[in-house]
Design a protein around this ligand. Sequence first.
Ligand SMILES: [Zn+2]
Length: 67
Amino acid sequence: MTDCTKIKYPNRPAAIQAMKAIVAATTTERPKIPRSIYPCSRCMAWHLTSQEPKGKGARRWNAALRS
Ligand SMILES: [Zn+2]
């Protein structure tokens, strides 16, 4: 039951790892590099998003990226 066209990651660590790999491979300023991950309520997988994390969660995402 998936109607998501985004790339799916099975869990949070996998999504974080994928995001870090993409960020590391990005050498030029691109408007749509992934900035955070989120669990999808439709397909139950994790997706990357280029939207800036806001509020309380932002700090956690930054910490996850550095680790
Ligand atoms: Zn989804």
